[in-house]
Write a protein that binds this ligand. Structure first.
Ligand code: PNW
Length: 452
């Protein structure tokens, strides 16, 4: 299993999950700062006030990134550092990302930068957040200063990370900030998020004439019916609509899936928030397609759940999140995307797993994480042998970090973080990954792993 010299190996993080320094450099609160203070929303009321203290320790973290040998590092920009108040630009906030990008480049590491990884400024939320169509303008103002100030420092732009989470988890399921449970709001929010993506792409290409590649990252979950029965297959189709097609269809076909619009119309009174011309903007051509892959879904019919479907019991091996480990289904997903949606270069912008790691005398033997990543990297190599054109892979995550509603209880890092001392300790998976990158192959590495 070999990866050619152009294949991009990377690792990924996001601003709120690692930066800390929540009141420094002119930053104001985001919806996550407030959500973390809400009872019953985040494990033991953890928050990102300090997180990995990356804002102060980024130079040390760059040394770890360099030592890993990755080609690229994916991080995100905290919007409330750039616009702490509506219409008020904060150069100090931008200076941090300039320094970070410059230092990375100085070490030969390509910055892959996400504009929105969920830390919406509170000032925007107070005016309705993503439900308000003006959010599209607020976002393009934010995108404009990032594009111009970081021009020449960034190798690729990702407009949005996982609109499914920002939209459905945030506004419909209530598990992420802002914690609302209203489908109509969610569908509007998603529309504005997707519209702001298209506007940002147009801005970069048509107005700023930049040649820097730009794309969007979706989290996709291939869904399977528990049985072959008509009801379970219908449930799977609806769940696929909710998880995948509601995003893939607008981005690649310029339409929302009609079957889902029909199901949603029970709760969504009007779709007149879709203005003429919107769908053309949303489906504006990009340069690459980012996919975050973690698991599959297995569903069975339930009369009460008309479109979300009931998760069915599965006997698959699971990660520490309870998520099925499903590399074969990952392959199915990529083949389907090639067949039904797009020929764009694909980047796996996130893949990885949380497990309960035990520190033993300064070392962490996370064999299950290695096995998880190895299975998915092998799938990537096999897909590329089929001509699927996956150009890069970013392991989630560089560091253990604030895992949203799970707080610091779930550890996704290949580098362990002691949150009392902020000490970073390489897990076996970090050593293993850096060997894979050095050899650009999985074979040689399985031998090396035994020596760790
Ligand atoms: C992604 N779900 O989030 C995010 O991009 C990361 O910030 C996060 O740390 C990582 O995956 C691991 O969770 C998700 O409930 C959060 O299906 C929740 C879900 C999926 C992805």
């Amino acid at each position: 299993m070999h990866f050619n010299e152009h294949f991009i190996f990377g690792t990924a993080t996001s601003s709120y999950q690692i930066e800390g320094a929540y009141r420094e450099g002119g930053r104001t609160p985001s919806i996550w700062d407030v959500f973390c203070e809400t009872d019953g929303k985040v494990f033991e009321r953890h928050n990102g006030n300090v997180a990995c203290d990356h804002y102060h320790r980024f130079e040390e973290d760059i040394q770890h990134i360099k030592k890993l040998g990755v080609d690229s590092y994916r991080f995100s920009i905290a919007w409330p550092r750039i616009f702490p108040e509506k219409g008020v630009y904060n150069a100090e906030g931008m200076a941090f990302y300039k320094k970070l990008s410059e230092r990375l480049r100085g070490e030969g590491i390509k910055p892959a930068v996400t504009l929105y990884h969920w830390d919406l400024p509170m000032w925007a939320h107070e005016e309705g957040g993503w439900v308000n169509r003006s959010s599209v303008e607020w976002f393009t103002d934010f995108a404009r200063v990032c594009f111009t100030e970081l021009d020449g420092l960034v190798d690729s732009w990702i407009t949005h990370n996982e609109p499914w989470c920002a939209g459905f988890l945030g506004y419909h399921l209530g598990q992420h900030a802002p914690g609302h449970t209203n489908l109509e709001e969610a569908v509007k929010a998603i529309h504005h998020i997707l519209l702001s993506h298209g506007k940002a792409v147009q801005l970069l290409k048509e107005e700023l004439h930049s040649a820097t590649p730009i794309g969007i990252t979706l989290n996709l979950t291939p869904i399977y019916p528990k049985t072959d029965g008509t009801n379970d297959r219908l449930a799977a189709n609806n769940s696929d609509g909710y998880s995948n097609r509601w995003f893939l269809d607008p981005v690649f076909k310029g339409t929302y899936p009609v079957d889902m619009m029909n199901l949603f119309s029970k709760y969504v009174h009007s779709f007149d928030f879709i203005h003429p011309g919107d769908m053309e903007i949303i489906s504006v051509p990009c340069d690459f397609f980012g996919i975050n892959f973690y698991s599959r879904g297995l569903v069975e019919f339930s009369a009460a759940n008309d479109f979300m479907s009931k998760g069915a019991y599965s006997d698959y091996d699971k990660t520490g999140m309870g998520w099925d480990i499903a590399p074969d289904e990952f392959k199915d997903l990529i083949r389907r995307l090639r067949h039904e949606y797009t020929a764009l270069p694909i980047f796996i912008t996130e893949n990885g797993a949380a497990f309960d790691d035990q520190v033993e005398e300064g070392s962490i033997h996370d064999q299950r994480r290695i096995a998880y990543v190895e299975k998915h990297l092998k799938a990537v190599a096999e897909l590329n042998e089929e001509g699927m054109n996956i150009e890069g892979y970013f392991l989630w995550s560089l560091l253990d970090n604030f895992e949203w509603s799970f707080g610091y209880d779930k550890r996704f890092g290949i580098i362990y973080v002691d949150f009392d001392t902020q000490e970073r300790i390489w897990k076996d998976s970090a050593h293993w990954y850096s060997n894979v990158i050095r050899n650009r192959s999985l074979e040689t590495v399985s031998i090396n792993t035994q020596q760790i």
